[in-house]
Design a protein around this ligand. Structure first.
Ligand SMILES: C[S@@+](CC[C@H](N)C(=O)[O-])C[C@H]1O[C@@H](n2cnc3c(N)ncnc32)[C@H](O)[C@@H]1O
Length: 280
């Protein structure tokens, strides 16, 4: 079934209103392909009928399904490597000093678009490794919250079980042996110690993160702003600056930038990558 330009615009606007995700007209094929099976299961004669079902009644399930289908959940373990070097070599050591000075007794980290969990569990592994090497920050002091708009991603992440394809993307043999257990011939589960360090929750980045926590020390918000309009990004980075603790840190995707979008952060570099610190 082909999508018309009018149908594409109706569904595109609806998706943006619900999630902030904005699709250019050259992405009409994405809507057409990804919605094909839902349209078939709802026995709709065309995309317009599907749109009116979506819009007309209170179909929260269908709404969630649309968002689930239309989000791009690409992720991998220790994506880009440098964020984890920055975490272990710059950010966590700065927190050690704050703990020593009695300015901090907890460290709150937010993985703000956590997809199927590889990012927050990678953070947990990096934190755990760091904690083993010193005795000021104990891993129990580090709270990691992972959120995503997609129900299916959150459910998958909570299981902590990954197939061998997912496991072949970014995990070393040594990490595999140390932090995972074989679940079936083709899957692995993350061990209890790492799993218990991360809490998962559904959260839409259109909402104000103050409802999650008023002061995060570090936010990973990686490879999600690329799907939003500049106007949305400005609001998002503003909200982030308000919920970061004084001098709190932000790590964004390697292809993302704050230039022209926010004046609230200083940019720093380490290990071939960038990170940001709240000016306040
Ligand atoms: C490409 S993945 C990035 C995952 C991970 N941060 C990484 O870098 O590997 C983007 C994630 O953003 C989520 N997402 C998209 N729009 C969102 C929104 N409005 N609120 C929260 N999460 C959103 C998607 O569900 C998806 O899991």
């Amino acid at each position: 079934m082909k999508i018309t330009l009018t149908e594409f615009k109706l569904l595109r606007d609806y998706l943006e209103e619900r999630s902030g995700i904005c699709l250019n007209e050259d992405k009409a094929y994405l809507l057409e392909n990804r919605l094909a099976s839902v349209i078939e299961s709802y026995k709709c004669k065309d995309f317009s009928e599907f749109y009116y079902i979506l819009k007309g009644a209170k179909h929260e399930d269908l709404d969630n399904k649309l968002i689930d289908i239309m989000t791009t959940n690409e992720t991998l373990w220790f994506r880009d490597a440098h964020p984890y070097a920055i975490l272990k070599e710059k950010i966590l050591p700065s927190f050690v000093q704050a703990v020593k000075d009695g300015k901090k007794d907890k460290i709150k980290i937010w993985s703000a678009a956590s997809s199927t969990g590889q990012e927050p569990y990678s953070i947990a592994i990096a934190v755990r490794d760091f904690c083993m090497g010193q005795n000021i920050i104990k891993k129990e002091m580090v709270h990691i919250l992972a959120t995503d708009i997609s129900d299916s991603c959150i459910e998958k992440a909570k299981t902590g079980i990954y197939d061998s394809i997912a496991m072949s993307r970014g995990i070393t043999q040594e990490q595999l042996n140390r932090y995972f257990m074989k679940e079936t011939a083709n899957s692995y589960s993350i061990n209890h110690e790492i799993k218990s360090m991360v809490k998962f929750q559904k959260f839409n980045l259109q909402d104000n993160p103050i409802i999650l926590e008023p002061h995060f020390d570090l936010v990973f918000m990686r490879y999600v702003a690329i799907y939003f309009s500049d106007e949305f990004k400005k609001g998002l980075y503003n909200r982030l600056a308000r919920i970061l603790s004084p001098n709190g840190f932000l790590i964004i995707g390697a292809v993302e930038t704050l230039r022209g979008l926010s004046e609230s952060f200083d940019m720093m570099t380490h290990a071939g990558g960038m990170y940001y610190q709240c000016k306040r």
